[in-house]
Design a protein around this ligand. Structure first.
Ligand code: GCV
Length: 699
């Protein structure tokens, strides 16, 4: 009998134990509560909010969800997503109010987050309104389920099975997004296949839109500008052609028949070989406006990307500004220009794009990259909130002091009709969604910053760590606080560490040919596009290193407001972390620290490696505070990161040393690799996730 009981209890326990595989993301609160909760409106969205509260709220007090008609909330124009949470104390009900069901759902997630953070006891007085109306993920997912720059398995969207079969992951994805305030998604790659607009694919898109809708997530699509020809069989895709315009109108009509709340289109045109209006002698404005006209009757919008650069131009960093500024004010009011955070391409550190703030009559939105194309894929710890904050907090000075990138895009300064922010997703079919457990923090951080860009990187990290790890161990509160402190420090330093061991002091694009993972500062493929070669960017020679973008060089500095142009122009006032972005600097140039530039460069590379080593040591100390599964996964990833940091340091220092002719200074760990061997080394990149299998360190 005794034996039977223990077998039964074993079975019961086994049923309750959840694998620590990361699949639950930051939504780990046990759904075992039976809270009292009601709502004055019934809909699929309020049903979700009710269920979330009913099953997870352990606060003891009843919760009331209340739709409060807009206007009664007082104040200026509130976003429909705004909400308040109020409770006068333990004997009071918790009231969540919003003008919309969506707002109630956000309020519900907020209340549960407070609970998990241990901040939901007693009085509550919360009023929230998002800074951006559209908080959107961009998936670079292809119809064959490959993901461009994706490092977490294949695409979440199983196009072959859709629409008949829907994976439970679709709803889990929607829920995760809603829980951090993300309310929109572009399902497919900006390098878009025309196929996505075919009737067969639109039926699949509809199936996803139907699942996402109750979570307040609108679906958008990337389109190929040549679709009228490629899909519609028209002889041209010229935006001034009547039949082409008709085609887009009809296509928009067809989409809205299926998906009445469809968001609109994201467009990459005349960029990296993709078709666009310039193929027909038309402009970006002509192209964007034609598509905007087709969407307008349905209230859809166009997000037109400013990521453009032509081969052979003197300075790639100047091109987007040059191409787009002449069209400021010439776009329809349902067009927004989507601009990458920096003027080149998601490098570990770039100055902000000069288009921010400069386009005064056109809404502009920032595009960040959550997936780590240039920061070690899903192998390296790189918590990206500090990088995005650096951009958002940069002062453009375009409307006086305080015209930060955040404020020139969120409607605080310009009366933008559309206020939006985009992040290129890092999700895939990996069980833990993002390839690296700690990369989940970047998805989370994007959502939180899109909602409120004033949150600090630390606040977001602390929140995410608490939600993701707090219940993973039976240790005491003091133990958890130690764990949180250590992990938070690692995360907050991690982006700077990546900058240091990859591309410090404003260096950029030193990546190997064929992949954006490892270093090849020497790479020079005969006949290849010069602006795809590292030498184009670092310009290292016997005299010095760096791209002269000052007025004596490409004069890219002139694209910034005069106050910044002046600061960037002068090596003495240029921020040192960007000095090689804006200047070609002699090796013996004296830096603020007293070191020469060469010495400073060596110290930065060395420091990057030291920092990653310190992450490994810190993580090793945390073993007893975390479940074994995630501990081992993260430990193994850190091992890879150290290997790669050393690879980066050695490749760059040994190569630049050949040009500088100077010794590695005392205090920097000398390279362990041989440059000749590094130059011969070819990474097997067929399977990105297998980078760890590389033979780099094999003799
Ligand atoms: C989707 C970079 C990436 C490309 C990406 C492009 C873009 O060039 O390497 O993979 O294409 O940016 O943002 O359009």
């Amino acid at each position: 009998m005794k034996k039977l009981i223990s077998i039964i209890s074993l079975i019961i326990c086994a049923g309750q134990i959840q694998a620590e595989d990361g699949s639950r993301l930051w939504l780990r609160a046990p759904a075992t509560a039976h809270a009292e909760v009601s709502c004055n409106k019934q809909s699929p969205t309020t049903d979700i909010a009710l269920k979330e509260i009913r099953t997870q709220w352990r606060g003891g007090t009843p919760v009331l969800l209340k739709i409060q008609p807009a206007g009664k909330s007082g104040g200026g124009r509130l976003s429909p997503d705004s909400y308040s949470i109020r409770c006068r104390g333990v004997d009071d009900v918790v009231t969540i109010e919003s003008a919309t069901e969506q707002g109630l759902l956000y309020g519900a997630y907020h209340l549960l987050r407070l609970q998990e953070m241990g901040q939901a006891d007693g009085q509550l007085q919360v009023v929230e309104s998002p800074r951006y109306d559209i908080r959107i993920l961009n998936h670079w997912d292809n119809p064959d389920r490959s993901v461009e720059r994706g490092y977490a398995g294949i695409s979440l969207w199983n196009w072959e099975e859709l629409p008949a079969t829907v994976s439970p992951r679709y709803e889990a994805y929607a829920r995760a997004n809603a829980s951090v305030g993300i309310n929109a998604t572009v399902l497919n790659n900006v390098n878009a296949s025309p196929q996505i607009l075919s009737a067969a694919y639109l039926a699949k898109v509809k199936a996803l839109a139907d699942i996402f809708r109750p979570y307040g997530i609108r679906v958008y699509l990337s389109i190929n500008f040549s679709s009228p020809t490629e899909l519609g069989g028209l002889p041209t895709s010229d935006p001034s052609d009547k039949a082409v315009r008709r085609w887009w109108k009809d296509k928009a009509g067809e989409i809205y028949e299926l998906i009445p709340d469809f968001g609109g289109f994201l467009v990459k045109a005349n960029s990296e070989g993709l078709p666009g209006p310039q193929d027909f002698g038309r402009t970006h404005a002509d192209g964007a406006n034609m598509i905007a006209d087709a969407l307008k009757p349905h209230k859809g919008i166009v997000m037109w990307r400013a990521f453009v650069y032509n081969p052979g131009d003197e300075d790639r960093a100047k091109q987007a500004y040059r191409e787009f500024m002449p069209f400021d004010g010439r776009f329809r009011d349902n067009v927004i220009v989507q601009v990458k955070n920096g003027p080149v391409d998601f490098q570990p550190r770039e100055p902000f794009s000069p288009l921010f703030g400069a386009m005064k009559k056109t809404p502009v939105m920032a595009e960040f990259q959550i997936t780590q194309e240039y920061l070690g894929f899903s192998n390296h710890l790189a918590y990206l909130a500090p990088m995005w904050k650096e951009c958002l907090d940069s002062d453009t000075y375009q409307q006086g002091e305080g015209s930060t990138v955040a404020r020139v895009t969120d409607g605080s300064i310009y009366p933008q009709k559309i206020k939006a922010i985009a992040g290129v997703a890092n999700t895939g079919t990996d069980v833990n969604w993002c390839g690296h457990h700690l990369a989940q923090a970047n998805w989370y951080a994007f959502g939180r910053l899109a909602w409120n860009h004033q949150l600090s990187s630390k606040e977001i990290a602390d929140e995410w760590i608490t939600l993701t790890f707090k219940d993973a161990t039976d240790r005491t509160a003091a133990d958890f606080s130690f764990f949180k402190g250590e992990l938070s420090r690692m995360m907050l330093e991690s982006r700077e560490a990546v900058v240091e061991y990859m591309m410090p002091l404003g260096l950029h694009h030193l990546f190997a040919w064929g992949h954006h993972y490892g270093p090849e500062p020497w790479c020079d493929i005969p006949g290849a596009r010069p602006d795809w070669m590292p030498g184009y960017y670092h310009k290292a020679d016997a005299e010095g290193i760096g791209f002269d973008r000052s007025r004596t060089g490409s004069n890219a500095t002139a694209q910034y407001h005069a106050r910044l142009a002046e600061r960037f122009d002068n090596p003495a006032t240029c921020p040192e972390e960007l000095i090689l972005w804006f200047h070609h600097v002699p090796w013996d140039h004296r830096m603020k620290s007293g070191n020469t530039l060469w010495e400073e460069l060596c110290h930065a590379y060395g420091r990057g490696v030291v920092r990653v080593n310190s992450f490994r040591t810190a993580w090793g100390r945390l073993e007893k505070y975390v479940d074994a599964e995630r501990f081992v996964h993260i430990r193994n990833k850190l091992k890879i990161q150290i290997r790669d940091a050393v690879w980066w340091r050695d490749a760059c220092l040994l190569y630049f040393q050949e040009l500088s002719g100077r010794p590695i200074p005392y205090g920097v760990e000398p390279p362990i690799h041989d440059l000749k061997r590094l130059k011969q080394f070819r990474l097997n990149i067929d399977n990105h996730t297998n980078v760890s299998e590389s033979e780099l360190f094999m003799k």
